[in-house]
Design a protein around this ligand. Structure first.
Ligand code: HEM
Length: 459
């Protein structure tokens, strides 16, 4: 029985916007344009129905995997044979340095086991007061401005950036937040989109955009260094418990070698955690608020849950089951990381198909989460599908990836997003000023094509 058949849930009438399916015979230039503008518009109907789609692109074979066994093979059983793609290195290295997200091989193993203790559920619980303080401030600011149209996408970006800053450094982002945001916007808008030469040239040949990226990196690392220096100046009493991720990562030691991070390595981890964490979570929260604005009945159900989970002003995370299901369903329909791409480091066989070195493997949460084989009414917003007691197949639902390279911040993000959504909907009734559809586009993450204005009224 398929996962979809196992559900017996009433169907929500809400089918939120998604791009039309692409024609099956797209030209190479059409595909390059789509990769630059929005890869989620690049896949045809077959991708949402079949197990494996084989293709060719710029002289390499590519495989879109939708079969759970094939995905398990690449992301779990033989993960060491599959590295990030050359274009991911090209686009991410200038902003993430040699941090965990793009490290490979032994360097990655050292970093992952050193950082793991800083992201356990227990460590994340020590960061919750920072998350709550930043969320409460956002809610208070919005309350002061309620009844007027408000850009909740921007509000969520500011809030998650504030949370990233406070959980990292224990200080508010009022002085540096605007500069940090400018860096992120500048990179996202001008340098993160690969162009034709980025896709074509080998990594050892700098593309014209690489020169701009290198200039950006110089300014960016100086800025991160300044933040670290400020945090160090704020100090920490010897023997006092870790206050934030900076303490946790600075005190981290490789359990096998006892090695700590050097200053440069720590700087790359700081940049990685701030950048990998804040935009993804802001995007998930934006889409959750958008979906709830389109679906008032679900919004009211969530508000009732929040009321029941609030005892003497404090929110009980364990009682926010429906809120969590809304986040899960939001990340099914609009997975912030819409694509997990890998390049084969050596030959292999996947589901009987021969794989050559440098072949490209695409595992797309965007496709898997809407695949006809795994979901009933794949395009409909039905949070209760996550409350049946039967979790979806772990290789069909992967907003955070799966296997050894699964998102290290998954628990952090889920706690943050569930608490923030509960606070927002517990405080405000959220509607859209204008019902014009907001379309998702894939630019690093699954972004809305515009920032719609919302109306919020206090409950
Ligand atoms: C809703 C929010 C988030 C989503 C959807 C998300 C998604 C993902 C995905 C899909 C991967 C795996 C990529 C792959 O296998 O190629 C990943 C990796 C990673 N994420 Fe997240 N993430 C989120 C939040 C966070 C947060 C809050 C942090 C840090 C505080 C973080 C840090 C990282 C890092 C460092 C990696 C690389 C792990 C490794 O390669 O070992 N992420 N994330």
């Amino acid at each position: 029985m398929s996962i979809a058949e196992a559900y017996d849930i009433p169907v929500s009438p809400l089918v939120p916007p998604s791009p039309p399916r692409a024609p099956e015979n797209m030209t190479v230039f059409g595909r390059i344009k789509a990769i630059r503008e929005s890869p989620i518009g690049m896949w045809g109907q077959r991708a949402y129905e079949e197990d494996i789609i084989q293709g060719r692109f710029l002289g390499r074979s590519s495989f879109i995997l939708n079969a759970p066994d094939a995905i398990k093979h690449v992301l779990v059983d033989n993960y060491e044979n599959y590295t990030r793609t050359p274009v991911s290195f090209r686009v991410l290295r200038p902003i993430l340095g040699q941090g965990l997200l793009i490290a490979e091989g032994r360097a990655w193993k050292h970093q992952r086991r050193t950082l793991a203790p800083a992201f356990t559920p227990r460590a994340v619980m020590t960061l919750v007061p920072h998350m709550l303080a930043a969320t409460d401030e956002t809610v208070a600011k919005l309350r002061a401005a309620s009844n007027a149209p408000v850009d909740l996408r921007e509000a969520m970006q500011r809030m998650t950036l504030e949370i990233a800053g406070r959980t990292m450094f224990s200080f508010g982002m009022e002085r540096h937040g605007a500069t940090l945001r400018d860096f992120v916007m500048e990179y996202g808008e001008h340098l993160a989109r690969p162009n034709f030469l980025d896709l074509l040239l080998p990594l050892s040949w700098p593309s014209p955009q690489d020169l701009s990226r290198a200039r950006f990196r110089k300014r960016w690392t100086a800025f991160v260094g300044m933040l670290m220096a400020e945090r160090r100046a704020a100090g920490k009493k010897a023997g006092a418990p870790a206050r934030d991720l900076f303490d946790l990562m600075g005190e981290a030691r490789d359990p096998e070698t006892g090695q700590a991070f050097t200053d440069d390595q720590l700087g790359d981890q700081v940049a990685t955690m701030i950048l990998a964490g804040h935009e993804t979570t802001a995007t998930a929260l934006f889409w959750a608020l958008y979906l709830l604005a389109l679906d008032p009945a679900t919004q009211e159900e969530l508000a009732r849950e929040v009321q029941g989970a609030t005892a003497s002003g404090a929110l009980d995370l364990d009682r926010l089951k429906f809120t969590r299901a809304v986040m899960d369903e939001t990340m099914r329909l609009y997975p912030p990381a819409f694509l997990i791409a890998r390049a084969a480091a050596g030959p292999d066989t996947i589901a009987g198909l021969p794989i050559k070195k440098k072949d490209v493997i695409l595992i797309a949460p965007w496709i898997l989460h809407r695949h006809e084989k795994f979901w009933r009414d794949p395009n409909a917003f039905i949070p209760s599908r996550f409350m049946t007691g039967t979790p979806p197949d772990r290789f069909a639902y992967l907003p955070f990836g799966v296997g050894p390279r699964v998102c290290i911040g998954a628990h952090f993000a889920l706690v943050e997003a569930t608490l923030a959504l509960a606070k927002m909907i517990g405080t405000f009734r959220v509607t859209l000023v204008n019902k014009e559809p907001v379309k998702p586009i894939g630019v690093v993450t699954t972004q809305p094509d515009r920032s719609p204005m919302f109306c919020i009224t206090a409950r």
